[in-house]
Design a protein around this ligand. Structure first.
Ligand code: HEM
Length: 360
């Protein structure tokens, strides 16, 4: 007689069937049934960034069903999608706003981690993988911008690739590699399309998997207490709360609000489309998107070009290696005056440059 699968605490039905053939419950339990410090305060930014990535993957896949990645057809396909396909405008607008919000929330998540000192021992690697995720997210913005092939897309890409061309030593090679030639052509579009829909999503998924495994293995940081050396996952004196369902439900509420914000923004300000790209007609005001505006304005303000270009590169380099420079275990903001004060000044300067770039 065959053994009944649904005895004892074992689930029956479809779940029991899958469990018997995969042992998946051990993985789910390890992922969900963890406890996090009562005082951990993530502000839900990392989870929101994750949710926005999922939204981008779904809306991007739907867009690719209609999009045609050649200079002759791209503009018309986006026009058709926006005006003729049912809810095409909504999907495109959610993808547009989702991209902006994803960059914003990844940046907010980075700042939250920095100010709470959550990048310190033992989370240095989580931080480094986070920095790579940040760069990949910015890469999505850069490569996606060209795809509608309208005037704004074309000329913003001219500005962006010119900046890349100014990087010392490797600049010209980098520009040629990005463009697939000396100008923006169909080859550039194929490259940007391939990078946008294949290379970057795979890179982001892989980096994210490592990032989240590290977060799971190390637990969330306590913003009020330094992490012990060697790290202890369960400090007996630490008040904890269950990740599931408590934290998960809070996070779901945040996701629900973000979804509402996306739909409202898309309905009020749907993604637009300018005139088709014209390589011989430079528009009056060519500016990159807001997330590149601070760097763009810095380049305009600093008269010595090389210093302007090296400043953001050194800035990003410093960001990546920061946990290895700031090695004190102190996490309280009031005791980290130099780091917290310096970072606040940099954030204010970047916001100032962005606003200046926007109005000038
Ligand atoms: C696509 C981008 C990213 C996603 C989806 C993501 C996702 C997450 C999630 C879900 C968590 C746990 C909950 C939370 O802290 O909100 C987390 C934690 C963390 N992330 Fe990210 N992250 C991203 C980018 C970054 C960046 C840019 C950095 C910093 C450079 C970073 C550094 C960290 C660190 C150090 C932790 C552990 C924080 C702690 O223990 O309190 N992440 N990330």
């Amino acid at each position: 007689m065959a053994a009944t699968p649904s005895t004892g605490n074992k689930p029956g039905g479809v779940i029991g069937w899958i469990e018997e053939r995969s042992g998946i419950s051990a993985v789910v339990n390890a992922g969900l049934h963890v406890r996090i410090p009562m005082s951990a305060n993530t502000m839900y930014f990392g989870g929101i960034a994750l949710f926005l990535f999922m939204i981008q993957a779904v809306t991007g896949t739907l867009l690719s069903l209609y999009y045609k990645g050649t200079p002759e057809a791209a503009y018309k396909s986006v026009q058709y999608l926006t005006s003729d396909v049912s809810f095409g405008w909504l999907i495109r607008s959610i993808h547009h706003w989702g991209a902006n919000l994803m960059i914003l929330f990844v940046a907010l998540h980075l700042l939250r981690v920095f100010f709470q000192g959550a990048f310190k021992f033992p989370r240095e690697l989580t931080w480094v993988f986070g920095c790579l995720l940040f760069m990949v997210t910015l890469g999505f913005g850069f490569t996606g911008y060209l795809l509608p092939w309208d005037q704004r897309a074309y000329w913003a890409t001219v500005v962006g690739t010119d900046i890349a061309g100014g990087v010392p030593v490797v600049g010209e090679t980098l520009r040629l590699l990005l463009l697939g030639g000396s100008d923006i052509t169909g080859d550039t579009m194929s490259r940007f399309f391939g990078i946008h829909v294949l290379v970057l999503p795979l890179a982001l998924a892989g980096l994210l998997a490592v990032h989240l495994i590290l977060v799971h293995q190390l637990g969330l940081a306590n913003p009020k207490k330094m992490s012990p050396r060697p790290p202890a996952k369960n400090d007996p004196n630490e008040p904890l709360r269950p990740f599931f369902p408590h934290y998960v439900i809070d996070e779901m509420v945040a996701w629900y609000i973000i979804l509402a914000v996306l739909v409202v923004l898309s309905s009020i300000w749907p993604a637009g489309l300018e005139e088709p790209a014209n390589p011989i007609l430079t528009p009056m005001h060519v500016k990159p998107e807001w997330y590149y505006l601070a760097v763009y304005q810095l380049l305009k303000l600093i008269p010595i070009k090389i210093i302007g270009i090296l400043t953001p590169i050194i800035g990003i380099g410093l960001l990546v290696i920061w946990p290895f420079l700031d090695r004190s275990p102190e996490v309280l903001m009031r005791r980290r005056k130099f780091a917290v004060g310096g970072a606040t000044l940099i954030v204010i300067a970047m916001i100032g440059l962005t606003v200046y770039g926007y109005v000038s």
